[in-house]
Design a protein around this ligand. Structure first.
Ligand SMILES: [Zn+2]
Ligand SMILES: [Zn+2]
Length: 525
């Protein structure tokens, strides 16, 4: 009997990092799996097992990195070379790195996401790179990057509960399903929520699973699966599954385009292309697989968003707050598609003030405009009504608490915090730059994600906010009240808005064209 799966060549497969940083991993499976080392040496013929299995790491050595400061990325070599030369002229070591490349599907080139990055400095010690980064902060939106100098190494062991099967390997293990219904469940996967208390859940996967030693010398796992299998898991996690069908279809197409446009430029040091967290898209395997989502992915098979012949990196967010944000205002690497923010409204009746001005932003954030993601007065099931509390929100921090957060997250002791001044807002009213005024130092924070993270224990819901400072009777600042709009970066499709548009009869294509202006959908496989 043939125990192998029929050879199946997906149009595109993706390598997804499932977890990292574990001292031990426990799993079990249903159906039959073949066990190999990662280099392909057979350890155990395909077989079933009723038992739990455990992977442990024995000795390991972490990866050694070189650190540098990424100052800018360009789509042309010439621009990157010119900037690198400017740094060399200033006596700073600068290098150009080419990343990405042609995007191939089914043997056909459908796009190119080559980027030329300019990296300054080259340090063995992270602290030295951070020092340089701080100096470049005012003129650029620099980011620390690392490149592998020597790869981590270590020995993993894997055994079943009865200790009857026991394997050791220095290059990790691979479990290969040999039946289509084979499933592997990893117990207690951390959800990377960013909260101090980290919830875990058991996650079930189909497809091959590899366990290996990660950069820290801990245990990591990855999978390699066809893109549409991946998308079934992503859409079911990234969007409530009872959203209208056309919204789920729009999500499937946006997620597919995002993956294809970015998978070769995100995890350059890792053995996978995408992580399973919000950094890329949340992937939870088949854990939440749902027939409606599966249908949305299958029905839109091969459908990809294009802008002028280029695959769109179709970002999306939970609740835009009434207006979406410009791609260019948000990302520091040049986006493939530089779409401008749009009103989250298909009626054309909503009035939008100029949100880049303080008076406009103030009026907007303090009101409840009738955008598609404003769910006021609409009767919805709980899963869809969750967006309501994010449309407009308020959060209060003690001044002393915020001073401590800023110190911990930026290393800057600003002394007594007096105020947070808006410097620059994007088209959706999101702050792109603020100045924190303190008794010892003032601090500029640029980029919406940094602003959200550095002014909160975890992250503020969005950077579209107003700050009010409450003082005591002597005029000393005591509390800071943040009043805000929306949840997430606000770029691209607003999921809550898409759901309402679908409820009002718009189809997936109409929704996508609304949120990604000048784009069209083409079927490529
Ligand atoms: Zn990622
Ligand atoms: Zn919206």
């Amino acid at each position: 009997m043939n125990t192998q799966l029929q050879p199946f060549t997906p149009p595109v497969s993706v390598r997804v990092g499932l977890l990292e940083g574990y001292e031990r991993v426990t799993f079990r499976y249903t159906g039959r799996y073949r066990i190999e080392t990662r280099s392909g040496e057979l350890l155990r013929e395909a077989d079933a097992s009723q038992l739990k299995w455990r992977v442990l790491r024995e000795k390991s050595t972490p990866t050694k990195f070189l650190f540098s400061v990424l100052v800018a990325s360009f789509t042309t070599r010439e621009e990157a070379m010119a900037l690198a030369e400017q740094f060399e002229d200033r006596g700073l070591q600068a290098a150009m790195r080419q990343i990405g490349g042609p995007i191939e599907i089914d043997g056909q080139i459908i796009g190119d996401n080559t980027l030329y990055r300019v990296q300054v400095g080259n340090f063995q010690i992270e602290e030295d790179a951070r020092h340089l980064l701080a100096k470049l902060e005012l003129d650029y939106a620099p980011r620390l990057v690392r490149e592998v100098l020597t790869q981590s190494s270590g020995r993993l062991e894997m055994f079943d509960q009865s200790l009857e099967q026991h394997y050791e390997s220095t290059d990790g293990f691979r479990l290969v399903p040999v039946e289509p219904e084979s499933r592997l469940t990893i117990l207690g996967v951390r959800m990377n929520s960013g909260f101090a208390y980290e919830p875990t859940e058991d996650r079930t996967y189909e497809g091959m699973i590899e366990f290996y030693v990660d950069h820290e010398g801990d245990i990591a796992a990855l999978t390699e699966i066809p893109i549409d299998v991946y998308l079934r898991g992503v859409v079911a996690t990234e969007m409530p599954v009872d959203y209208p069908e056309e919204a789920l279809r729009a999500q499937a197409i946006a997620s597919r385009s995002l993956v294809i446009a970015t998978k070769s430029i995100k995890h350059l040091n890792d053995p996978f292309e995408l992580c399973a967290h919000v950094h890329c898209q949340v992937y939870s395997g088949v854990t939440y697989e749902n027939p409606t989502v599966t249908k949305a992915v299958t029905d839109t098979r091969g459908n990809i968003l294009f802008n002028n012949g280029i695959v769109v990196d179709a970002h999306y967010s939970k609740v835009c707050g009434g207006h979406t944000e410009d791609v260019l205002a948000t990302w520091m690497t040049p986006p493939v598609y530089a779409g401008k923010g749009v009103p989250c409204d298909c009626t054309g009746e909503m009035e939008v003030p100029d949100l880049m001005t303080e008076s406009g932003a103030r009026r907007w954030i303090q009101s409840r405009p009738k955008s598609s993601c404003n769910l006021d007065g609409i009767d919805l099931p709980v899963s869809r009504a969750y967006g309501r509390k994010h449309f407009r929100w308020e959060t209060t921090l003690l001044r002393s608490e915020l001073e401590e957060i800023i110190l911990t997250k930026t290393g800057v002791d600003i002394g007594m915090l007096y105020d947070i001044l808006p410097i620059r807002r994007g088209r959706s009213g999101r702050l792109m730059e603020v100045e924190v005024l303190g008794s010892l130092a003032n601090l500029r924070i640029k980029r919406e994600l940094r602003i959200r993270r550095q002014l909160s224990h975890t992250a503020l819901e969005s950077s579209s906010f107003l700050v009010e400072v409450l003082t005591d009777s002597q005029g000393n600042p005591m509390e800071l009240v943040f009043t805000g709009a929306g949840w997430g970066h606000g770029v691209g499709m607003c999921q809550a808005g898409a759901a309402q548009m679908a409820s009002r009869g718009m189809n997936a294509l109409q929704i996508l064209v609304h949120y990604y202006p000048d784009c069209k959908v083409e079927k490529k496989y």
